[in-house]
Design a protein around this ligand. Structure first.
Ligand SMILES: N[C@@H](CCOP(=O)(O)O)C(=O)O
Length: 359
């Protein structure tokens, strides 16, 4: 059905039917992992290192992060496994229930704060400057060391061929730099002879990098991020802005954005091919759609879309979409359940109508 490796698969139907006959659309699924997102890759490295430092009697009382949901899930899981206290700062009412329950269940100290992610980030930086809490956000390079392995895996999975494009959703922006580091390492080691062009995809409601790119890198201004279904990237003042710009400049990269309607439609289209994608994957797919329409990405270009988290973390957004309960959104691909009387005749009527084209 999905050809390729279990976490890097050829999205054949999606590419051919929805992206103008693309022959080489691939998805690197980083959400098939212990806590359901790419954050696991870097957090294992960071928490292992903290564990080592604590064994060496370094004064680390716990590990902390600000999070939009995925980082806190990974941090709390690995800390719990190692018996290290974890402290997570979350923006109240801005993350999915599935993500909120992860650190709670893992025994973290969860502070639900009446601010946005950027406010949480500022606070955790202040707190970790005062208390012996080790900061686990992606400005810590240990995280990137782990996350860059996804890029190395991609070239390995393509038998050391480099894709033409890699499209990555971006919020706090550590991940795009991590991918760049991974690809660049392969090039430096002589395993491959080039790096792919990187595309960073942002939600239009949280798009400081996109605006910066559009100003031709002249004028970076943090924004106040508005609500987006792509809640994990609802970030207006990304900590890794400089690293991301470096990665994009070095790869002749591009930044694109997706409106709420675009990202939800793209997610629904991907789901119709069996992907059950997270909304952030929808942001990346929208970027691909725009770049295909502009003729920037060609139909034979080998293109990898990075799917950052498991769709099961974001079921509420799918429920809202399929029940057409989103204000000012057509929900073009909604597939609501059909309420039908429990008798043979009524069921047959519905099915015959539904299957009329195939019977
Ligand atoms: N999307 C992140 C935000 C925190 O960013 P990080 O780059 O420091 O992990 C999350 O899932 O919390």
């Amino acid at each position: 059905m999905f050809e390729g490796n279990s976490n890097c698969f050829w999205a054949k139907r999606l590419g051919l039917e929805y992206f103008g006959g693309m022959n080489e659309l691939w998805v690197k699924h980083c959400g098939i992992s212990h806590t359901g997102s790419f954050k696991d890759l870097g957090m294992t490295v960071l928490v292992s290192q903290v564990n080592r430092l604590r064994r060496l009697k370094r004064p680390i009382a716990g590990v902390g992060c600000a999070s939009t949901g995925d980082t806190s899930a990974a941090l709390s899981a690995y800390c719990a496994a190692a018996g290290i206290p974890s402290i997570v700062f979350l923006p109240a009412d801005r993350i999915s229930i599935a993500q909120l329950v992860q650190p709670i269940a893992n025994g973290a100290t969860v502070l639900s704060l009446d601010t946005d992610f950027d406010g949480c980030m500022r606070l955790i930086r202040e707190v970790t400057a005062e208390l012996p809490i080790y900061l686990a956000n992606s400005l810590n390079s240990l995280r990137l060391e782990g996350q860059k392995t996804a890029a190395i895996e991609i070239v390995q999975q393509f038998d050391w061929q480099v894709p033409d494009w890699v499209i990555i959703p971006g919020g706090n922006l550590g991940n795009i730099y991590a991918f760049y580091k991974g690809f660049e390492l392969c090039r430096e080691l002589g395993l491959v002879d080039k790096v792919p062009r990187l595309v960073c995809a942002q939600a239009a409601n949280a798009n400081p990098l996109y605006l910066y790119y559009k100003s031709e890198w002249k004028d970076f201004k943090p924004v106040i991020a508005s609500q987006t279904f792509a809640s994990a990237i609802q970030i207006g003042d990304p900590v890794s802005i400089d690293r991301a710009v470096h990665a994009l400049k070095a790869t002749n990269g591009i930044v694109e954005e997706a409106t709420e309607e675009e990202l939800m439609n793209a997610t629904a289209q991907a789901d119709q091919t069996g992907m059950f994608a997270c909304p952030h994957t929808g942001v990346a797919l929208t970027a691909l759609k725009k770049l295909r329409d502009q003729g920037v990405i060609n139909k034979n270009d080998r293109t990898v879309v990075v799917s950052t988290a498991h769709g099961l973390k974001f079921t509420q957004s799918k429920v809202d979409y399929h029940s057409r309960e989103i204000q000012n959104m057509l929900c073009q691909y909604a597939n609501p359940p059909v309420n039908v009387k429990a008798d043979f005749g009524s069921v047959m009527d519905v099915l015959k109508k539904k299957l009329s084209r195939n019977i």
